[in-house]
Design a protein around this ligand. Structure first.
Ligand code: ATP
Ligand code: MN
Ligand code: MN
Length: 303
């Protein structure tokens, strides 16, 4: 590869002022990833990750003692937060406590300091809480589904999004599946976006009942893929692009180019440890056009 998208020198790395305590604490023992290693990882990916985590409500999976310790899924702010973390209020939940957001890499490092091993943003920015700026179709393979089928499900989802006039981007979940993500101009409201994503999932299940289900009945999932559209309702979250996963292996949710989907790249293929090599080898960011490709969700066409 003759060019590289990430020939960043120290001078080009984003500003970073958070001082980590217990920087040597090991978060992923199997991969030898420490708190400082996690902070370095996020510094490397920050320029790609920022649009997906800045100024959005964030739910966090916190594991202060690493992936083998206790974990807490936190939707609200807690006491003793780093000063770089910005507290926000859901305009529709006046009585609930504040939510967490960040403006910059220091905010993310404040979350790292607090043992946040997964970041789960909402599909809105705080400039407009009622109109999502993306759709996430979460493809969850049941037991026994070959990876090739999951890839085909992602491609079919992409094609159905295209039919509705939407672009579609693909990322690994870092867990078991894939996420198809479509950028939206924030025009349609939550109920409209949820209804649209439900119609896509239901149609896939109706057209290929041997492959897909659209409801979360575990017993029906053997050998099938759940097209989980429920990330697309108000207050729901999905793991952010480039977020780490709080599981052994230190996998991350990695944005890919569609051409990269292959049996060789499984859902947890990319990790904290191999991402620097990936970024160095990338000719361009596969999600570079994400925001520019945003379109408004048109009125639901009935089939
Ligand atoms: P996979 O590919 O393994 O399905 P995923 O990120 O798509 O990975 P999960 O990690 O199982 O799926 O999480 C599903 C969604 O539920 C996530 O997007 C997250 O925002 C939310 N979530 C995860 N953990 C919790 C929790 N403990 N409580 C509430 N919601 C959660
Ligand atoms: Mn999933
Ligand atoms: Mn799911």
């Amino acid at each position: 590869r003759e060019t590289s998208a990430n020939t960043a020198t120290e001078a080009e790395l984003p500003k970073r002022t958070v001082v980590l305590t217990h920087a040597d604490r090991i978060y992923w023992p199997d991969e030898g990833v420490t708190k400082e290693g996690l902070a370095d990882y996020y510094t490397d990916v920050w320029k790609y990750m920022a649009p997906f985590v800045v100024q959005r409500p964030l739910a966090l999976l916190r594991c202060p003692d690493g992936v083998n310790g206790q974990s807490f899924f936190q939707k609200h702010a807690w006491k003793g937060l780093n000063k770089n973390i910005v507290l926000i209020h859901d305009p529709k939940e006046k009585d609930e406590g504040p939510l967490v957001s960040i403006d910059d890499l220091d905010g993310l490092l404040g979350l790292v300091q607090a043992g946040s091993l997964e970041l789960h943003p909402w599909g809105i920015t705080i400039a407009d809480w009622e109109h999502p700026d993306m759709i996430i179709m979460d493809l969850d393979p049941g037991p026994g589904v070959p990876w090739e089928r999951v890839i085909e499900a992602a491609e079919e989802t992409r094609d159905r999004m295209k039919e509705a006039g939407l672009a579609a981007f693909i990322k690994t979940s870092g867990g078991k599946g894939l996420h198809v993500v479509s950028p939206l101009k924030p025009k349609a409201d939550w109920p409209a976006v949820k209804a649209f994503t439900k119609s896509v999932a239901d149609q896939m299940a109706a057209d290929s009942p041997e492959r897909y289900v659209s409801t979360i009945t575990k017993s029906k999932r053997q050998g099938k893929i759940l097209v989980d559209y429920l990330r697309n309702q108000r207050g729901s979250t999905a793991v952010a692009p480039y977020s780490t996963r709080a599981r052994p292996g230190a996998a991350v949710s990695m944005p890919l180019a569609w051409e990269e989907l292959s049996p060789a790249i499984g859902p947890a293929y990319f990790t904290v440890n191999n991402t620097p090599n990936r970024l160095a080898a990338l000719r361009s960011d596969p999600w570079e056009d994400f925001r520019a490709a945003a379109a408004p969700l048109e009125q639901l066409k009935s089939k």
